[in-house]
Each structure stands twice: as structure tokens, then as C-alpha cells.
Write a new protein. Structure first.
Length: 266
């Protein structure tokens, strides 16, 4: 029984490998036929691994031919279309290059070209605690928590959520995975968000919290304050003492000539 089971497993592997080889041969043959008939379309792919923030040159890419109608997305057709653009994400070898992953490089640094339209880059000073013990790297997303004191009571509030980290110190590469303690973090946010961040930094301290890459939830910000002291009990109402009138004893008036005397009646 064991030999028969082993034979069936080997037979299954052979058939699987044969099916994969046949499928690959069919795709390659279709591609060659389409190219020979002039029915193919040019697609620009990566000739090597392209790191994040790289300015594309002709040596980085090559053109392949695929059958018309192949769903590839918003891709480049010619090398001249992508030369001079900046990679906004890391690209692997032979990966189809999509226009959404590249941006134009104008005057200034490469980092400036990586900032999305209508967004701004702002740098905040951090330490090993604020910078999440060095595990904060370019490409991560963070929330910003502000802490301030008011009337001798500390309050904390999540003022910004899902903020993209453009760079740590002077590094914008996303290839690193090892934690690095840095002194500054550059964040990408809207002009209104930059005002909120600067105001919070002037009023107190800020803390960055690292988000899970798959976490898209944005709960409503909550304000957390220290527990208020217990209320002082109101003073007990004073008891009002009511005087009860004493009964007046009956009296008898005695008149003797010009003298008038009063005596209690017994």
C-alpha cells in the first residue's frame, strides 16, 4: 500500500509538471505568433530591480511584446515615456511599470518629487521613544498623539491619523527592515494637518504611533484626561431651632384702693 501511494504521488507530480510546461509553451508560442503577425503591443517592464526614489534611465527598463487586449493596467508603451520619472515604489525585475507608480521630477530634490500633489512634507524631531524605538521606516503610516497640560491636568488626544512617513533622518529608501534610531522624521500631510501638528508641538509634546499596513480604520479621535478629583460633598443644611412658646399660667388681679397686684392662680 505504501508503494502504491508513493507511486500515485510521483505520478501526480509528473502530470503537474507536464501541465505547467505545456501552459508555458502555449503562452510563449502565442506571444511569438502575435509578434510575427504584428498583432502584439509594446509594454515597458523593469530590466532590473528599481529602488524607491530612483530616477528612471533607459538602462533600468526594456520593452516586451504581448498580445493585444492583454489586461495590464495603465502601462508605458515606449522607453521615452518613462525616462526622467521618479519611482514612488520599489519595482521588481520584469514587473510591468504602471504610470501610477511614477511621478515627474521637477526642480529640487528627489524627495520633493515624491510628495503627492496638494500635500506637504514636514519634519519633526524625535527620539528613540517618539520614533517607535527605531522601527519607524519610510513608507510606514503613523498616527500622531498630542499631550498637553491644562489647569494642572494632563490630556492626550489623537490629532492626526494615517500619516505617510516620507523619510527618516535623510533616508527615503524603503529597502531597510532593521530598526534604526533616528533624530528626525519627515511626514507627508495636507497644509491644514501641518498647522494642527505645529500647534500641538508648541502647546505640549507629540508621540507617533505605528499603524499596521492593512489597518484602514480611522476611529473618531478621543480625548483622554486624568481622573478628576472626587467632588466635595455639599455641606449639610443647618438645623433651624424652633422655639415652642411656653404656656402662660392664668393670673388673678387684686385691686386694693390704688394698688393693683397680680397673682398666679392656683
Amino acid at each position: 500500500m505504501k508503494r502504491r501511494g508513493l507511486f500515485m504521488v510521483l505520478l501526480s507530480l509528473i502530470f503537474g509538471m507536464g501541465a505547467a510546461w505545456a501552459a508555458k509553451s502555449w503562452v510563449e508560442q502565442r506571444t511569438r505568433e502575435a509578434s510575427a503577425k504584428g498583432e502584439g503591443t509594446g509594454v515597458v517592464v523593469a530590466a532590473m530591480e528599481i529602488p524607491y526614489g530612483t530616477t528612471i534611465e533607459a538602462r533600468h527598463v526594456r520593452v516586451i511584446s504581448v498580445p493585444k487586449g492583454t489586461p495590464l493596467g495603465n502601462h508605458f508603451v515606449q522607453v521615452s515615456e518613462i525616462e526622467g520619472l521618479v519611482a514612488m515604489q520599489k519595482t521588481l525585475t520584469d514587473e510591468v511599470l504602471l504610470k501610477e507608480r511614477f511621478t515627474k521630477r521637477g526642480a529640487g530634490s528627489t524627495l520633493a518629487a515624491l510628495i503627492k500633489p496638494e500635500m506637504r512634507a514636514i519634519t519633526v524631531r524625535v527620539d528613540d521613544v517618539v520614533g517607535v524605538a527605531g522601527f519607524l521606516l519610510p513608507g510606514n503610516h503613523v498616527d500622531v498623539v498630542a499631550a498637553r497640560k491644562k489647569d494642572d491636568r494632563a490630556t492626550t488626544e489623537t490629532i492626526l491619523q494615517d500619516i505617510n512617513v516620507l523619510a527618516v533622518d535623510q533616508t527615503s529608501s524603503q529597502d531597510k527592515n532593521e530598526p534604526v534610531v533616528v533624530r528626525a522624521v519627515t511626514l507627508e500631510m495636507t497644509p491644514k494637518q501641518t498647522e494642527i501638528l505645529v500647534r500641538a508641538r508648541e502647546e505640549g509634546r507629540i508621540q507617533l504611533t505605528l499603524r499596521n499596513p492593512t489597518d484602514e480604520a480611522q476611529p473618531e479621535p478621543e480625548t483622554v484626561a486624568e481622573a478628576a478629583p472626587p467632588p466635595v460633598p455639599a455641606p449639610a443644611p443647618k438645623k433651624v431651632r424652633t422655639e415652642v412658646p411656653r404656656p402662660v399660667a392664668p393670673s388673678v388681679t387684686i385691686i386694693r384702693g390704688t394698688n393693683i397686684d397680680s397673682a398666679a392662680k392656683t
